[in-house]
Ligand binder design. Structure first.
Ligand code: ADP
Ligand code: MG
Length: 617
């Protein structure tokens, strides 16, 4: 009888194991970054070339390895992190299987340089396809640098199945984000094809989120914090209005390790129920801390799936922690009036045609003239509105809106709601709001219990911002076709920026007929922008984008809306007539969040009567 069973040679076994650990370049990135963290590094640099297909390098300043450990680290089941099976239930490190380096070395050209602090000389090791090519003493800094070149060079089938560079890069960046978010105190840098794409200083979580997702992230965050016997939850959720159509910023970390868990995900989603539209997804960055004994991370080789002993309680705790934070956030913006549900409606009009906000600024307005001049200049032409009879009656304030079909949108009855909730004592009947402007900057309105002081520029920014954001996301803005196409000249890098945001601009109402290397030709403009303003608005936008353009789509839209709102809002120093003030006030309180400007400054201040009284004692 012939024996047919053989033991697989090590390099073959390693190649097979590699298939489990290394699916794509991003898997290597994850393993190397985690090793660097386990090595107690305070600064980690990731270098990637050609989406990791030609080079993935991780440089750390951690504890390094001895000459022997350097060699051993590439053996299968070689780990310094667990000694016995029981240790598996008390894990405080990322790695423990001892197979990452062995697997990677089986399918790539690997170079390792490492030194421990106590040794003067380090070691330099080269391994190709599990075979040690050389190991020599070397003068290297304390810490470890591992370079992985030509991934899957000996498994063409896998190499051919890699996706485009764009897709593989996306996976790499996702891994980088996960690791960097879990360790905000560690400095991270990422260099992609020679470009410095992320430079994250040591910071706290809140700052790290802004460093990764863009400067404007901070104002979208709501903190979550809950501690119970079985679970501690810390982190942030994104305010409901930043829920996205596409799944995006959803991060769970358990004991500082990124995990996926659809059950716990559901706990968060259910806490947002009723606050976001059904087809949108909330954003969250939640850090769970549990006793390592109560989880089994070992159920999946790449360790993003985790099993918990008591996931029912975890579900309940997470859900209530998120609800609690949402509750606090919802109360915060309300000042001295009951937040009326009607005020929260504008974003639900996605199926209706959005109406651009109209603020009338009539420079020629003279209160002493019998009839105000009907021709207007300057800003008035920006907020153009069909000519109408100026009857002086309350209704006429809305004729501009109605002529655009606004009557089908039930936001109109607000004039009653507002007059009741905000201005009832002083504004009986028609809902007229008596207001005065001071310093061409503030609008003063007597309210029930005192005086409301509105900052006109910030108020208008809020109005425009919400309008733009809505237009960008539902892309139903109204365009006005130009008689002659408008040609504007920009530098080539500026044009490249414009190309990046072309789609969003089109959603707002821009129509581009040509985009050459140095000019754009515009056929139509958003209804609320005049030809004279376009250049200034686009230039500002380009400038801001060059300074800091967030990576993800939502943050981009948000930034566009803010920039345009800031460029176009009526400026401090602009005199406003009675109707303009009134229009602005109504539009402001039809906003989702009337209390804050897009940059989170207070839009208005209410001086209580008692406060006034105190001035006269
Ligand atoms: P694991 O992380 O599961 O232990 P790896 O194959 O990833 O297995 O690494 C094997 C061993 O090599 C680790 O246990 C550690 O002792 C050592 N090692 C790997 N990377 C580093 C590094 N960057 N700095 C110091 N030691 C490292
Ligand atoms: Mg490891």
């Amino acid at each position: 009888m012939r024996d047919i069973i053989q033991l697989l040679p090590d390099h073959v076994a390693n190649q097979i194991a590699a298939g489990e650990v290394v699916q794509r370049p991003a898997s290597v990135v994850k393993e190397l970054l985690e090793n660097a963290i386990d090595a107690k590094s305070s600064s980690i640099t990731l270098v990637v070339k050609d989406a990791g297909k030609s080079l993935i390098q991780v440089i750390d300043n951690g504890i390094g390895m001895s000459v022997t450990d350097a060699r051993l680290s590439f053996e299968r089941h070689a780990t310094s992190k667990i000694k016995a099976a029981e240790d598996l239930f008390n894990l405080h490190t990322k790695g423990f299987r001892g197979e990452a380096l062995a697997s990677i070395a089986a399918i790539a050209h690997v170079e390792l340089k490492t030194r421990q602090e106590e040794s003067e000389i380090g070691t330099h090791l080269i391994i190709e396809g599990s075979e040690v090519i050389s190991q020599e003493p070397a003068v290297v800094p304390v810490g470890t640098t591992i370079s992985v070149k030509n991934l899957f060079y000996n498994i063409p089938a896998r190499r051919n199945f890699l996706k485009s560079d764009a897709v593989e890069n996306r996976h790499i960046i996702d891994e980088f984000h996960r690791v960097a978010l879990a360790h905000p105190n560690i400095k991270f840098q990422m260099i992609q094809n020679g470009n410095d794409v992320f430079n994250l200083p040591s910071s706290n979580l809140r700052q790290r989120l802004s460093h990764i997702f863009g400067r404007k992230t901070d104002e979208k965050l709501v903190p979550v914090s809950e501690e119970t016997e079985i679970l501690k939850v810390e982190g942030f959720i994104l305010k409901p209005e930043y829920a996205k159509k596409s799944r995006g910023e959803q991060f769970f970390f358990v004991n500082n390790r990124f995990i996926r868990n659809s059950y716990l995900h559901h706990a968060v989603v259910s806490a947002f129920e009723g606050l976001i539209k059904t087809d949108t997804h909330p954003g969250y960055f939640l850090f769970l801390e549990v006793d390592p004994k109560s989880i089994d991370i070992n159920i999946h080789p790449t360790k993003t799936e985790v099993k918990f002993d008591d996931d029912h309680s975890m579900y309940a705790i997470i859900r209530s922690a998120v609800k609690h934070s949402l509750g606090q956030f919802n109360i915060a913006p309300v000042l001295d009036f009951n937040r009326n549900k009607e005020f929260d409606t504008p974003y639900h009009y996605s199926d209706k045609t959005p109406v651009p906000p109209t603020i009338e600024v009539d420079r020629d307005f003279n209160p002493f003239k019998e009839k105000p001049a009907s021709s207007s200049s300057g800003l008035a032409s920006v907020f153009r509105r069909p000519e109408r009879e100026k009857g002086g009656a309350w209704e006429s304030l809305y004729t501009g809106l109605q002529s655009r079909g606004m009557e089908t949108v039930d936001v109109i009855p607000e004039k009653e709601i507002e007059s009741k909730t905000l201005f009832s004592a002083e504004n009986k009947g028609m809902g007229r709001i008596s207001s005065i402007q001071i310093s061409n900057k503030y609008i003063l309105i007597p309210t029930k219990g005192g005086t409301m002081i509105i900052h006109q520029n910030l108020a208008h920014q809020r109005v425009l911002y919400e309008e733009f954001l809505k237009n960008i996301t539902v892309s139903q803005a109204i365009s006005q076709r130009l008689l002659f196409p408008l040609e504007l000249n920009f530098s080539t890098p500026d044009i490249e920026v414009l190309e990046k945001i072309k789609e969003q601009l089109e959603n707002i109402g821009f129509v581009f007929s040509a985009l050459t290397e140095e000019s754009v030709e515009i056929d139509a403009l958003p209804a609320m922008i005049s030809e004279g303003q376009v250049y200034e608005i686009l230039s500002r936008l380009i400038h801001e984008i060059k300074e800091d353009f967030p990576g993800d789509g939502f943050a981009q839209n948000d930034m566009l809306a803010k920039s345009m709102a800031e460029s176009m809002a009526i400026k401090t120093g602009t005199p406003l007539g009675e109707e303009e003030r009134e229009n602005l006030i109504h539009q402001l309180f039809a906003c989702k969040e009337p209390t804050l400007s897009p940059e989170n400054k207070s839009v208005f201040y209410i001086m209580e009567r008692e406060e006034l009284d105190r001035k006269f004692v």
